[in-house]
Design a protein around this ligand. Structure first.
Ligand code: NAP
Length: 286
């Protein structure tokens, strides 16, 4: 491991900027990780209004923060304050993790890569050669499409209510592989060929837990079905898919692994993934 810069008196300052931020699970998860890894430091929630974004970023530099996460609504606007962008952030056009390295701000996007790491740890042995279907074409889908294409699937098909957004997303990532976008109306034909189906829409999220993004009749028996939603931990799409002998994968792992990869960028030590998962689960009930 490389030497970590900016231990102010041996103490690492970390945080997350967003608006709203009060309900973020990141502080509980990262403080548990620091404790478990034996690293002295603290991770704080920081409420930042859009008009104060630049001042907040400069403030963190001035106060010797080691780095921070970025969440809604700042993930795209923060790009203009970065001195350097990792390939992930450049392709996706959004930053969720910043490392402050000798006064330089380096932007990463760990959402998609975190998702894929979770999928591979928990549900599939490989993505290479598979027919993958992504439902939804919003911010979360962008990161996931990028990271999935790095795994060289046979095909990646994006289905979305607004067809143009699916087509545009596919066009943006064409250089990375075989990716196409269509209207959700094509679900029946497209899903018939699928090995892995991933819901990236908010359909099925609390409080609308009785909804599914596609008809369960179109999901083939025995494939892998994944949902980014983690509230509830098991969506109706996943419960119904389980009844069709599918391997199911929920959104908690993505949240934990995007955090784990950020933690590793900041501290250059292996993230204690299980302690992080336990901390997030505990914060649901507290
Ligand atoms: P977003 O940018 O607002 O995109 C929303 C997507 O959902 C769009 O494709 C939209 O389709 C579709 N959609 C919304 N309501 C719909 C409806 N009633 N019927 C059909 N499609 C609908 O949101 P996002 O940031 O990508 O987040 C999407 C989901 O991912 C959320 O549930 C979020 O909680 C989850 N997420 C999870 C994690 C994690 O760590 N597990 C991380 C990020 C996000 P149109 O284009 O047609 O509007």
């Amino acid at each position: 491991t490389t030497e970590v810069t900016r231990p102010v008196n041996g103490y690492y300052l970390l945080g997350v900027i967003g608006n709203p931020i009060a309900h973020s699970k990141s502080p509980a998860m990262h403080n548990a990780a620091l404790l478990e890894a034996g690293v002295q430091g603290a991770y704080v929630p920081l409420h930042v209004e859009p008009e104060n974004l630049q001042a907040a970023v400069m403030g963190m530099k001035a106060m010797n923060f080691r780095g921070f996460n970025v969440t809604i609504p700042h993930k795209v606007d923060i790009l203009s304050y970065m001195d350097e962008l990792d390939e992930s952030a450049r392709f996706i056009g959004a930053v969720n993790t910043v490392v402050i390295e000798h006064d330089r701000l380096i932007g990463y996007n760990t959402d998609g890569v975190g998702y894929v790491r979770s999928l591979k740890e928990e549900a599939v042995s490989t993505i290479e050669g598979m027919h993958v279907v992504v439902i939804g074409a919003g911010g979360a889908a962008r990161g996931i499409v990028y990271a999935l294409l790095l795994e060289q699937p046979q095909s990646l098909t994006i289905l979305n209510r607004t067809a143009e957004k699916a087509e545009e997303l596919a066009k943006d990532f064409k250089v990375l592989g075989n990716v196409n976008g269509y209207s959700i109306d094509s679900a029946e034909q497209v899903l018939a060929q699928a090995d892995i189906v991933i819901n990236t829409t908010s359909v099925g999220m609390h409080p609308h837990t009785d909804q599914t993004p596609v008809s369960i009749h179109h999901i083939p028996e025995g494939i892998v079905v994944s949902d980014l939603i983690y509230n509830p931990l098991e969506t109706k799409l996943l419960t119904d898919s389980k009844h069709k002998n599918c391997i199911i994968h929920g959104g908690l792992g993505m949240f934990v692994y995007q955090g784990a990869i950020a933690f590793e960028h900041w501290l250059h030590v292996q993230a204690p993934v299980e302690a992080m998962r336990r901390a997030v689960l505990a914060s649901f009930t507290s």
